[in-house]
Design a protein around this ligand. Structure first.
Ligand SMILES: [Zn+2]
Length: 503
C-alpha cells in the first residue's frame, strides 16, 4: 500500500430501519480510523458509507408508521448522518441507494449483465428470511419443531415460490475459489477458508436477483422486465461502484478500486465474497484490494441487533465516557476480527480508566505541568537516546500494525509508549535532576508520538493536546521520529480525560 497515493475505504451501507447502535458504530468507526490513518500519512482518501434504502423490510416499516417508504428513509438516513457526525466519522460521501446516480448505475449494470448472457428467467422455491432479505438453504437454516428458522434472527422462515430472474454465479465457482484460496483479499484468512469450504461442499448456486413487484414494490425496477424490482442485495453491493464513480470517470474509478479496503461484519461475508466477487468478475473487474471482516458485538452471546432487541446505545456510551473520542477509543481497543466481542461496561470502564485516565491522560498532565514549572514551557531539543530508542521501536511497531489494519494492536502499542514513559519519569525523577531538560524533552516527544498515533482514533482530543503543546499535526511519516521538534513552547497543562463518576 506504500506506493499508492489513493485509498478507497468503504463500510457496508446500513438498513435504516432504526437509529444506529453500537454495532453499526463498530464497523463505521474502525473504517473511519483506517481512513484517518491513511490521511495522516498523506494519502488521498475517499471514504464511503451510507444507507441501504430499498426492500420489503423498509416498505413494511414505513407502512407500519403510515408514511411513504421515501419519507421514511429520508428521515432515517438523516439520523444516521447525525450519529456519524456525533462520532466524528469523516466520510467523503454518504451514499443512499435512492440516490439518482446509484439507481441509474444499477439499471446500467443489470442491462449489461443481461446483454452479456449472465441473466436468465426461472422459478424460485425456497425458505426466505424477510429480515435478512435472503433465502436460506436446507444446510443453512435451523430446524426447531419441524419449522425452519433463520440462523441469525431465530425466527420462522417463509416458504416462497415465485417467478424470478437468476444470475449465473455457478459459472464463477472456480474464479471465486481462486480469489479466496490464492489471493490475499479476505482478511483474516480464516474467513476466506470458511467461504471456500462452503462453496466446495454446496457449490455456488445461481442467485435470484429479482422480486415480483406485488411482493416488493419498493426497489429499483428491473430494466428489462418492469414487473420486477431488483433484489436489494444486488442493489446494495453495487453502491461501492457508484461511490467510486464507476459510471462517471473510469480512470479515477480504476485508481480507487485498485486501492480499495472494504470493511464488513462476518454476517454478510457470503454476499461480499461469493456473490460480490462473481458480480465483479462479470463486469471484468478485480476483487477489492482488501476485505476486512470482523466478528460480532454480542450480548450474552447473541449478535447485537434491532431484531434481537439487545442494542447498546451510542448516546449512552458518549454520556458515560464524556466524549465521542473516548467511545471511538474503546471501539478501537476491543476491535476483534477473528472473534466475537461481548459487550461489557466493566471492561469498557477499565479501558477508559486504565488506558485513558491513568496512563495517557496522566502522562500528558504530568509532563506538561513539569515543562511549565521547570522551563516556563520552553523546552529545547535534548534527546535521552536510551528512552528515545525504546519509543522509536514501539512507534515502528504501531505503524506496522496500522498498515496491517490491526487497529487494536496499533492502539495498544501506542499505549505502551505512554506506559514506558510514565515508568521512565518515575525512574528518572526529573524534578530532582540538576539538568532535567533531556528527560522532559524526550518525554514531550513521547507524548507527541503517542498523540499522533492516536490521532486517527481520537481526532478531537489529540488535536487539543497538540494545541496545548503548540505543535501542528502534519501529513506524512517524517514527523514520527524523536527529535523532529527543535523547541517546545508548552502553553498549558490539560486534563484530557475526567475520571468516571460511577464505580
Ligand atoms: Zn434472518
Amino acid at each position: 500500500m506504500e506506493n499508492a497515493k489513493h485509498v478507497y475505504i468503504t463500510t457496508p451501507i446500513y438498513y435504516p430501519n432504526d437509529r444506529p447502535h453500537l454495532g453499526h458504530a463498530y464497523t463505521t468507526v474502525l473504517a473511519d480510523i483506517v481512513s484517518r490513518w491513511y490521511s495522516l500519512l498523506g494519502y488521498n482518501v475517499f471514504f464511503l458509507t451510507g444507507t441501504d434504502e430499498h426492500g420489503a423490510k423498509l416498505q413494511r416499516e414505513a407502512e407500519k408508521r403510515g408514511v411513504t417508504p421515501k419519507a421514511f428513509v429520508d428521515e432515517m438516513s438523516a439520523i444516521f448522518k447525525e450519529y456519524w457526525s456525533k462520532l466524528g466519522v469523516g466520510y467523503s460521501r454518504f451514499i443512499r441507494t435512492t440516490d439518482e446516480d446509484h439507481e441509474s448505475l444499477v439499471r446500467n449494470v443489470l442491462n449489461l449483465l443481461n446483454e452479456k448472457g449472465y441473466v436468465y428467467r426461472g422459478v424460485y422455491k425456497g425458505w426466505y428470511c424477510t429480515a435478512c432479505e435472503r433465502y436460506y438453504s436446507e444446510k443453512e437454516y435451523v430446524v426447531e419443531n419441524n419449522i425452519p428458522y433463520c440462523p441469525i434472527h431465530r425466527r420462522p422462515l417463509e416458504f416462497v415460490e415465485e417467478e424470478t430472474y437468476f444470475l449465473r454465479l455457478s459459472q464463477f465457482r472456480d474464479r471465486v475459489l481462486k480469489i479466496l484460496r490464492e489471493g490475499e483479499v479476505v482478511y483474516p484468512r480464516q474467513y476466506a477458508e470458511e467461504v471456500a469450504s462452503k462453496i466446495e461442499l454446496e457449490g455456488l448456486q445461481d442467485l435470484s436477483i429479482a422480486r415480483p413487484k406485488e411482493r416488493v414494490s419498493w426497489g429499483i425496477t428491473l430494466p428489462f422486465d418492469n414487473r420486477f424490482t431488483v433484489y436489494v442485495w444486488i442493489d446494495a453491493l453495487l453502491n461501492y461502484l457508484t461511490g467510486a464513480g464507476f459510471n462517471k470517470d473510469k480512470k479515477h474509478f480504476e485508481t480507487l478500486w485498485k486501492n480499495s479496503i472494504q470493511f464488513i461484519g462476518k454476517d454478510i461475508l457470503w454476499f461480499h465474497t461469493a456473490v460480490w466477487f462473481s458480480l465483479l468478475s462479470m463486469l471484468d473487474l478485480p476483487p477489492p484490494k482488501k476485505l476486512v471482516v470482523h466478528g460480532f458485538l454480542t450480548v450474552k452471546g447473541m449478535k447485537m441487533g434491532k431484531s434481537t432487541g439487545n442494542v447498546t446505545s451510542i448516546d449512552d456510551m458518549i454520556k458515560r465516557y464524556g466524549s465521542s473520542d473516548a467511545v471511538r477509543f474503546i471501539i478501537a481497543r476491543i476491535a476483534n476480527y477473528e472473534k466475537d466481542s461481548e459487550v461489557s461496561w466493566e471492561i469498557y470502564d477499565s479501558i477508559y480508566n486504565g488506558d485513558l485516565v491513568n496512563n495517557y491522560g496522566n502522562l500528558v498532565r504530568r509532563v506538561t505541568s513539569l515543562a511549565i514549572k521547570l522551563f516556563d514551557g520552553v523546552v529545547r531539543i535534548a534527546i535521552d537516546h536510551e528512552h528515545a530508542k525504546k519509543v522509536e521501536e514501539l512507534v515502528q511497531k504501531a505503524i506496522e500494525y496500522y498498515n496491517r489494519i490491526d487497529i487494536a494492536e496499533a492502539v495498544k502499542t501506542a499505549l505502551d509508549i505512554a506506559h514506558e514513559t510514565n515508568a521512565y519519569l518515575n525512574r528518572k525523577e526529573p524534578w530532582k535532576q540538576e539538568n532535567p531538560q533531556p528527560t522532559i524533552y524526550t518525554a514531550l516527544e513521547s507524548i507527541r508520538l503517542v498523540t499522533l498515533l492516536l490521532h486517527p482514533v481520537m481526532p478531537n482530543i489529540t488535536q487539543n493536546i497538540m494545541n496545548s503543546l503548540n505543535i501542528a499535526i502534519e501529513r506524512g511519516l517524517d514527523q514520527f521520529k524523536v527529535g523532529y521538534i527543535s523547541e517546545y513552547k508548552v502553553k498549558e497543562s490539560p486534563i484530557p480525560f475526567k475520571k468516571l463518576a460511577t464505580s
